[in-house]
Design a protein around this ligand. Structure first.
Ligand code: HEM
Length: 452
């Protein structure tokens, strides 16, 4: 810690600006190296602005939970990217507006509530397995990551909107793709390929308009179907048969509802698909772990379709997913901006500073994890982990609202795929992570599907 005569006491880090090109080429190597070289709290200048990284659980907790009121999502890089599409939904709103929305949405996302989506999850997964029959016949590898993204998108649109989009589903999926392609890629300045960027921007604008139209249409239809019905009233059998948006129908305007629908769908499907893709990859690389999962699935389910009631008996499936999200967290970086001055570990954090926590770094921190780079699902069998060490769903007040749904979905999908097929990475195919908005397999995930 080097105090300057009058200025603030700043965390350690490189003296000059960082090599932006190198950082963008491999952001995971960059955040790892910063933690190794400079420790648990670091500072660097990126794109002309200071960035503080917090690489220890208690420091992450300080920003996400204990001093949460001093940190906002507004004006962070994520905010700039997401707000034009998602408006002022739960992911992007702030302060009192966020608190109001969170309170409104929270009951519908409880574990007991989202368990009722198990039928949608297993039906859609059965559909995917049916489509794979063809590939099993001719032995051609499939792009598992794409298939999983379509699967999680179909599940989530049905859960959020309460309808199967049917024929419009394909256009919806293509539009979500176009939006992801545009938002997910950072364009350097100067842009090396402005024509390509313009094309993607045009695709994005058209896709956004399409998504808005579909959401508005479905919301109007839902309002009519629900007309007069109290969405909060208990359903026969005590289970909600509704959609996630029902609890908001009476409270939000059409535009706010549209923002919320797109927020839930965009925040929820790609992340879950990536968690599943990495799980399938790691299980293929670790045959012993795959055998443990297969044994559990066969013993517990005996060939029948799983339901939410089976989840408690499928701990190995859950741990396989949890450990995959440790090694490859679908959200690999959380950012906040300090609204007022703060002091962390004796260092000054001036108001306006961008403060980041990287799950990639925390989840592989050698002081906290035994064999940090190894895939060991059994480690989640033990006692509770230190607070804010494992953050696949974030931490503190703004923890992922879809966490229970995502876990139920990932475990049920994994169980059904394990039951029916074997998935092996195509020989010679390179799988490596690429840190865009989500942590995805850079070249996709081509796998051979065979019947068990
Ligand atoms: C494996 C799947 C998922 C992962 C890894 C994941 C990860 C995360 C993370 C890390 C955050 C916190 C971001 C921050 O603090 O800046 C978050 C927030 C959020 N997630 Fe998820 N998520 C997943 C699934 C879902 C699903 C299924 C939904 C919706 C159905 C969803 C909706 C949201 C929303 C609305 C927020 C903002 C919550 C708030 O600020 O109050 N997520 N998610």
């Amino acid at each position: 810690m080097t105090p300057t005569p009058e200025g603030p006491v700043l965390p350690p880090g490189p003296a000059g600006p960082v090599d932006m090109e190198r950082m963008r080429r491999d952001p995971l190597a960059f955040v790892t190296e910063m933690a190794r070289r400079y420790g648990d709290i670091t500072r660097h200048v990126s794109d002309g602005e200071p960035v503080v990284m917090l690489n220890r659980p208690d420091l992450a907790r300080h920003v996400l939970k204990d001093n949460f009121a001093n940190y906002t999502k507004v004006n962070t890089p994520d905010d700039h990217m997401l707000r034009p599409l998602l408006g002022n939904g739960l992911l992007t709103s702030d302060g009192e507006e966020w608190a109001r929305q969170r309170k409104l949405c929270a009951p519908a996302f409880r574990r007991s509530e989202v368990s009722s989506f198990d039928g949608i999850i297993t039906e859609e997964t059965a559909g995917l397995l049916e489509r794979w029959q063809q590939a099993m016949g001719d032995g051609a590898p499939v792009s598992v990551d794409h298939h999983l993204t379509s699967l999680t998108l179909s599940i989530l649109t049905r859960a959020v909107l309460g309808v199967d989009l049917g024929a419009a589903g394909e256009g919806f999926g293509r539009s979500v793709d176009a939006v992801n392609r545009f938002m997910g890629h950072y364009v350097p300045d100067p842009d090396p390929d402005p024509a390509d960027t313009a094309l993607r921007r045009q695709g994005y604008v058209q896709a956004r308009a399409f998504l808005h139209t579909v959401s508005r249409t479905v919301i109007a239809a839902r309002r009519t179907t629900m007309g007069g019905a109290d969405p909060h009233a208990p359903q026969p059998g005590g289970k909600s048969t509704g959609a996630l948006l029902d609890s908001m129908l009476d409270e939000l305007s059409d535009t706010d509802l549209r923002d919320q629908v797109l927020t839930l769908i965009m925040a929820g499907h790609e992340t879950t698909a990536k968690a599943l893709a990495w799980t399938l990859y790691l299980l293929d690389q670790h045959p012993d772990e795959a055998a443990t999962v297969r044994e559990e699935v066969d013993r517990v389910l005996g060939g029948r379709v799983p339901t939410a009631a089976d989840l408690a008996d499928l701990p190995r499936c859950r741990q396989a997913v949890e450990e995959a999200m440790r090694l490859y967290p679908p959200v690999w970086l959380i950012s906040r901006r300090a609204t007022g001055p703060d002091t962390i570990e004796g260092y000054d954090i001036p108001a306006g500073t961008l403060v980041c926590v990287s799950q990639w770094v925390l989840h592989r921190h050698p002081d906290y994890w035994d064999r940090p780079d190894a895939y060991v699902p059994g480690r989640f069998d033990g006692p509770d982990l230190p607070s804010h060490l494992y953050l696949p769903f974030g931490g503190g007040e703004r923890t992922c609202i879809g966490m229970h749904l995502a876990l139920i979905e990932a475990v049920l999908v994994l169980a059904m795929l394990t039951q029916a097929v074997r998935l092996e990475v195509e020989p010679g195919f390179t799988v490596e992570p690429e840190a865009l908005v989500t942590l995805r397999p850079k070249h996709g995930m081509r796998m051979k599907v065979s019947a068990r």
